[in-house]
Design a protein around this ligand. Structure first.
Ligand code: SAH
Length: 390
């Protein structure tokens, strides 16, 4: 087995518990590495740090999977996938749809598994994981009572890591669309054609929370995808909802979803650029009692943070202006590089420009089936604020 030796003076973060090793932290690779075989990581004194897959292509060249002296074999991955399921079962999160494996947060860096009823969607994010896919598939099938598994690799990650992304059923083709329950709503998950792995499971708890403010209010669900925030709010008694998304497919999905829940008559789904439509609604003097802003990540890179911050400020400024007094804004960022503190600063600046005073009702984060590891800050990516215009 090949060995990766860390460079003295550059190993602090890894030794403190972070699983990522960048090329610049590596002193030496000893022996012949193989993409499908773990590499043993040693510190600069030659002590064992752990094991993980190595890939010289990306600058993030190794992610530790264990800190024990144990083989990374079929049984190892099965145990880890089982442990991830046990956590969700113990915490009552293993419902009809849930995130079963969340990469680093489940000590399975490079693997994401989402569960939608009888279907599992499996996503490999590293070259190593793509090589051991048959083991992963076997474990998922056996442990979770899964009938069909869809392979849905992230093309960006695959390009970085240098493998062909899979986008197909693992063996027996399953349903192109699955219906799931997110109490009290039902949602349609397009397994083959949807965004992400088909659905935004990470907002589950926030949708429920926002719905508690919905009764009698008019909702604006900007960046709505399948209209899941609107669905919950309308079922909870919202007077009306306007959903915005630039994707025609998303808006078609939202219409069908809202229909499935018997609330389509109170909803208006518009295929528009939310930036333009927010401005237009403001000019038209429209007002809402509840506004949800759940945009895609405006940046995935640290060096584009300033432009991203301007984007967040712009939509929050519009969102706040559209709120009637006493109205509620649920606003989110899923850009890892935007910290909770920075997001609060952005929203505060937006409130100042909008000339409104807001009360913080809650700080929001991702659903608990997307756990956060304190030692791996990158596992916390979704941040939000629940604000009330006072
Ligand atoms: N709120 C959703 C998830 C939204 S994901 C939920 O709870 O399920 C972000 C959405 O923003 C995607 O559906 C994407 O199509 C949409 N989007 C991206 N850029 C946009 C833009 N400029 N205007 C409107 N929608 C946009």
């Amino acid at each position: 087995m090949a060995k990766l030796i860390l460079q003295r003076g550059r190993e602090g973060r890894v030794l403190a518990g972070h699983p990522w090793i960048y090329r610049g932290q590596v002193a030496e690779i000893v022996g012949d590495w193989r993409a499908d075989e773990a590499i043993t990581v040693l510190d600069s004194d030659g002590q064992l740090v752990g094991r993980g897959f190595y890939n010289p292509r990306p600058s993030l060249c190794c992610r530790l999977l264990t800190r024990q002296d144990e083989p990374l074999d079929r049984a190892f991955f099965r145990r880890r996938i089982e442990a991830a399921l046990a956590y969700r079962r113990q915490t009552g999160l293993a419902g009809p749809a849930f995130r079963w494996v969340w990469s680093e947060a489940d000590d399975l860096a490079g693997l994401v598994v989402d569960r939608y009823g009888p279907v599992a969607v499996l996503q490999c994010l590293t070259l190593g994981m793509s090589f051991i896919r048959p083991w992963l598939l076997e474990a998922v099938k056996e442990l979770g009572g899964v009938e069909h598994t869809y392979l849905r690799d992230d093309p960006t990650a695959a390009r970085l890591e240098g493998f062909e992304p899979e986008l197909r059923w693992a063996d027996v083709p399953g349903p192109a669309e699955v219906q799931i329950t997110e109490d009290p709503c039902r949602f349609l998950v397009p397994i083959e054609r949807g965004q992400k792995t088909g659905f935004y499971l990470d907002q589950r708890e926030n949708r429920a929370r926002v719905a508690t403010y919905a009764r009698g209010r008019r909702l604006l669900d900007a960046f709505a995808y399948a209209g899941a925030f609107a669905g919950h709010a309308l079922v909870a008694g919202a007077a009306a909802a306007v959903c915005l998304d630039s994707s025609a497919e998303a808006m078609a999905l939202a219409r069908r979803t809202l229909d499935l829940n018997g609330v389509a008559a109170r909803a208006d789904c518009r295929e528009v650029n939310a930036f333009d439509e927010l401005r237009r609604l403001e000019r038209a003097g429209e007002r809402f009692g509840l506004v949800v802003l759940d945009p895609p990540p405006f940046t995935r890179r640290k060096d584009a943070l300033e432009a991203a911050a301007r984007g967040y400020k712009e939509i929050n400024l519009r969102g706040l202006r559209l709120l009637e007094p006493g109205g509620i804004l649920a606003t989110f960022t899923c850009s890892y590089h935007v910290s909770q503190a920075l997001f609060e600063d952005i929203c505060q600046a937006a409130a100042a420009d909008a000339g409104v005073s807001v009360r913080v009702l809650a700080a929001l984060t991702q659903a608990r089936d997307h756990p956060v590891l304190l030692t791996v800050p990158e596992t916390r990516y979704l941040k939000g604020l629940l604000l009330e215009r006072v």
